[in-house]
Design a protein around this ligand. Structure first.
Ligand code: SF4
Ligand code: SF4
Length: 205
């Protein structure tokens, strides 16, 4: 599927998200998320790369930062610790349990969008995608053993490293000269496939 089709799907889901938020039915989005989490058992984190409203809003922001040559800060080392991910997830689940128990509607998702966007004004996208996003942390669990995912074809790869630079989630590792995709951190956003000069990164089994 080409980039235009992917962007169109992302914009359609973002529009749905906005409509649901405006009419006060954002809980329907949680249903979409739960279905996506189940699907990620087989198809990896397609939700992140194709559906997530946070990711969709980050794209034009990152594009603008690049155009304006805004470098921003590096991700601080302490934020890369596993406990930060766990803390964010615990906070998220705690708030969710509170809303279910009390029936109070807290705008968890819209707040997450605003938080992801604000942080990405100052830091690379990877801070949100890989280290802080509680939705991503949840999806990283079932996608670990997913059947389908982005894969680097070792035979075709010419080791140029362009994919690693393009990845917004720091989901590409380099061992020796070989590049490989960390499946559970991969958003299936195809940014790597788009820059690969030899078409070495298909989405496959
Ligand atoms: S961009 Fe393509 S050729 Fe370059 S390192 Fe990545 S997979 Fe290999
Ligand atoms: S590895 Fe490729 S598809 Fe996965 S998050 Fe990085 S750029 Fe996107």
């Amino acid at each position: 599927m080409n980039k235009i089709a992917q962007r169109s799907i992302q914009v359609l889901f973002l529009a749905l998200f906005i409509v649901l938020a405006v009419i006060g039915k954002i809980q329907i989005w949680m249903f979409i998320f739960v279905l996506s989490a189940l699907a990620s058992l087989v198809f990896s984190r397609l939700y992140c790369g194709w559906i997530c409203p946070i990711n969709t809003t980050l794209k034009p922001l990152t594009w603008a930062k690049k155009k304006l040559h805004i470098k921003g800060f590096k991700v601080p080392g302490f934020l890369k610790k596993v406990w930060v991910r766990i803390l964010m997830l615990a906070l998220f689940l705690g708030i969710l349990a509170f809303t279910i128990r009390t029936g109070k509607k807290l705008p968890v998702l819209p707040i997450s969008v605003a938080l992801g966007f604000t942080l990405t004004l100052f830091f690379p996208e990877e801070l949100w995608h890989r280290y802080l996003c509680p939705y991503g942390t949840i999806l990283s669990l079932p996608s670990r053993k997913a059947k389908f995912g982005m894969k680097i074809d070792e035979e075709t790869c010419i080791k140029c490293g362009k994919c690693m630079k393009a990845c917004p989630a720091a989901a590409i590792a380099k061992e020796g000269k070989q590049y490989s995709i960390i499946k559970n951190d991969c958003l299936v956003c195809r940014a790597c496939a788009e820059v690969c000069p030899v078409d070495a990164i298909p989405y496959r089994r």
